[in-house]
Design a protein around this ligand. Structure first.
Ligand SMILES: NC(=O)c1ccc[n+]([C@@H]2O[C@H](COP(=O)([O-])OP(=O)(O)OC[C@H]3O[C@@H](n4cnc5c(N)ncnc54)[C@H](OP(=O)(O)O)[C@@H]3O)[C@@H](O)[C@H]2O)c1
Length: 243
């Protein structure tokens, strides 16, 4: 699918990988960006003339529902929905000061709001031309590490949800794709990890995968991880455990 002249909804398009996707798709498409922070949305709209912005805190289901209904009311047809916004809370359950409220916020942002946005925007995605739902996933959705247990859980859930939804929609025009990312140099990974992929490179690999219709787009080191999982699942788990 050539990504040109499309109406694209993207969550978390104000920073990191989402912002790079916006930069790379902006000139040929209509972009509808949902993010939490009003100031970053205003800065985005100022820089990229014609971008449509919506403020919503997707950690709260009521806000996800409201923004989906507003978009569905304004745009009767959407070609691509990119579920990119997520957060990763790294403290462990036994850590002093673990923020209990983070549990439901992270699950809602990383998983439940995605199900909600897809359900409420599906009528706008179902039309004559090919449409795509792209869920941005992580190597941690395949094999968990010790910290970020909720993050790993939500990405694992997103993986199975995406595969099941693909079955449900296989007789429609809507394809369900996932991009599995390795460590990428963004605010989410600030101060952690080495040899990170740049957000620009991650975005261009994500876009290329969408254009080529790759259902499960393993990017960078995730290709190796998937191969290792087939050959030696226990080694893959050991390597990821303390990554
Ligand atoms: N970075 C990595 O190493 C890595 C690896 C694997 C997968 N991924 C995945 O890639 C995607 C993008 O990650 P990133 O590293 O680019 O993250 P990032 O730089 O932290 O950006 C996150 C984006 O999501 C938005 N957002 C955060 N909380 C939100 C909320 N409650 N409601 C609405 N929007 C919210 C942010 O908007 P505001 O600025 O307005 O808050 C921002 O635009 C995520 O799905 C992540 O899981 C990342």
């Amino acid at each position: 699918m050539k990504i040109s002249g499309k109406q694209i909804v993207i969550t978390g398009g104000t920073s990191g990988i989402g912002l790079e996707i916006v930069k790379q798709l902006y000139s040929n498409n209509t972009l509808i960006v949902i993010s939490k922070n009003n100031r970053s949305l205003d800065a985005l709209a100022e820089k990229f003339d014609g971008i449509v912005t919506y403020q919503a805190n997707l950690s709260f289901l009521s806000e996800a529902e409201a923004v989906a209904n507003s978009i569905a009311g304004r745009f009767d047809s959407i070609d691509i929905l990119i579920n990119n916004a997520a957060s990763q809370y790294t403290p462990m359950f036994l850590d002093d000061g673990f923020f209990y409220e983070s549990i439901s916020k992270e699950i809602t942002l990383n998983f439940t709001s995605i199900c909600c946005l897809i359900y409420l925007l599906l009528p706008s995605l179902i039309h004559r031309s090919p449409a795509v739902i792209l869920n941005i996933n992580s190597g941690l959705g395949l094999v968990p590490k010790t910290s970020s247990a909720i993050y790993c859980g939500t990405k694992g859930a997103l993986n199975l949800f995406s595969q099941s939804l693909r079955y449900q929609l296989e007789d429609t025009n809507v394809g369900v794709q996932q991009a599995f990312l390795p460590l990428v140099d963004t605010a989410m990974t600030k101060g952690r990890g080495k040899n990170k992929l740049t957000a620009t490179a991650a975005a261009s690999k994500i876009i290329r995968g969408m254009e080529q219709g790759v259902a499960e787009n393993d990017i960078g080191k995730v290709k190796l991880l998937r191969a290792l999982l087939r050959m030696s699942p226990s080694l893959a788990r050991r390597i990821l455990k303390n990554s």
